[in-house]
Design a protein around this ligand. Structure first.
Ligand code: DAH
Length: 339
């Protein structure tokens, strides 16, 4: 028995191995690293190896095993790298990219902005995290005012003076304190209220606010402006009505309804069976608000209005549930086209 000869033979085989493809790699693995590998029969000679050679025998066989492992790893990685760098077939047709569509809320907001831009309103965008003063106090709604209960407010954690704005009316205060009249702005944006989510209401939604301040602005200007808007938005034959209402920041105040009709089931549900739909609140800016924002109510007057977007989009696109807007389900979103 000559273990040295046996190991030398294995060494030669190892050095001569030529791993060119996956099959050769597998054959190598079975031969040198598998459960019946080439080292096993040699190892079984251990008992016959003289005691003083045992240590050397063990070392040599381990060296060879490690070498086999190394050769295998090297060949395996070369093999996969080779695969990854294969040049793709450039003549294949490309996978077409999917074109995005615009969110229905954006479509309706843009339409509203476009209508008011025609009559000289400019877009003013402002912050969603507001301070208490701009969201409430400046708008004639001090701390203890019962109207604060009209809107369930989200406060920032640990900050009783910072809120997620409950309406875009906060932009009125931002603009009136920083710009001189004439002011004619439109403020589209997202608002937040701590409301239970259902098919008809959500804790986040969108509004567009309008504000017009100048010398001699009257209620007649407000009505004419809103009628123009309704006709552009819903068609020339649309009917509107103004109902007296209450808001802390306007006096007098009104709510505007449009007559949408009762053509199908969605119309019935959305208009609660009346055919009329309330779409906005409005009124003449309360003199106290002008004063709070540093404008002289003896010199200036103005009107303001604020409308929700979600319900108008529900009408226009026959969307039965407000939650669809915020779920990002592509099957819903893909139905809306960009143009
Ligand atoms: N801010 C009111 C709301 O969120 C809507 C509104 C009513 C805005 C009357 C106005 C207004 O500018 O004059 O319910």
């Amino acid at each position: 028995m000559n273990w040295r000869e046996d190991l030398k033979e294995i060494r030669t085989e190892l050095d001569n191995s030529n791993i060119t493809d996956a099959a050769a790699l597998e054959a190598f693995r079975i031969k040198f690293l598998g459960s019946k590998n080439i080292f096993k029969p040699v190892f079984e000679q251990m008992k016959q190896v003289p005691a003083e050679e045992k240590k050397e025998f063990g070392q040599k066989i381990n060296e060879l095993k490690n070498r086999a492992e190394e050769v295998f790893q090297l060949a395996a990685s070369a093999h996969t790298v080779g695969k990854a760098t294969e040049i793709p077939d450039l003549s294949l047709p490309a996978t077409p990219g999917t074109i995005g569509s615009r969110h229905p809320i954006s479509l309706v907001m843009d339409k509203i902005v476009g209508i008011f831009e025609k009559i000289g309103f400019q877009v003013a965008e402002e912050r969603e995290i507001e301070d208490d003063w701009h969201n409430f106090t400046a708008l004639n709604t001090p701390d203890d005012h019962p109207a604060r209960d009209m809107q369930d407010t989200f406060y920032l954690q640990g900050r009783s003076d910072r809120v997620l704005r409950t309406h875009t009316s906060s932009v009125q205060a931002r603009i009136m304190t920083t710009h001189a009249p004439p002011i004619r702005i439109l403020a589209p944006g997202r608002v937040f209220r701590n409301e239970t989510i259902s098919a008809r209401s959500h804790c986040q939604f969108h509004q567009v606010e309008g504000l017009y301040i100048d010398k001699g602005v009257s209620m007649a200007d407000l009505k004419q402006t809103l009628l123009f808007f309704a006709r552009e938005m819903f068609g020339p034959s649309v009917k509107i009505r103004l109902r007296p209402s209450y808001f802390p920041f306007t006096e007098p105040s009104a709510e505007m309804d449009i007559y949408w009709g009762l053509k199908d089931e969605t119309d019935h549900r959305i208009t609660k069976g009346t055919g009329w739909l309330e779409i906005l609140g409005c009124g003449m800016v309360d003199p106290a608000v002008l004063k709070n924002c540093g404008l002289d109510p003896e010199v200036y007057s103005g009107f303001a209005f604020g409308m929700g977007i979600e319900r108008q989009a529900m009408l226009l696109y026959k969307i039965p549930d407000i939650r669809y807007y915020f779920e990002n389900d592509l099957r819903f979103l893909r139905q809306f086209k960009s143009a």
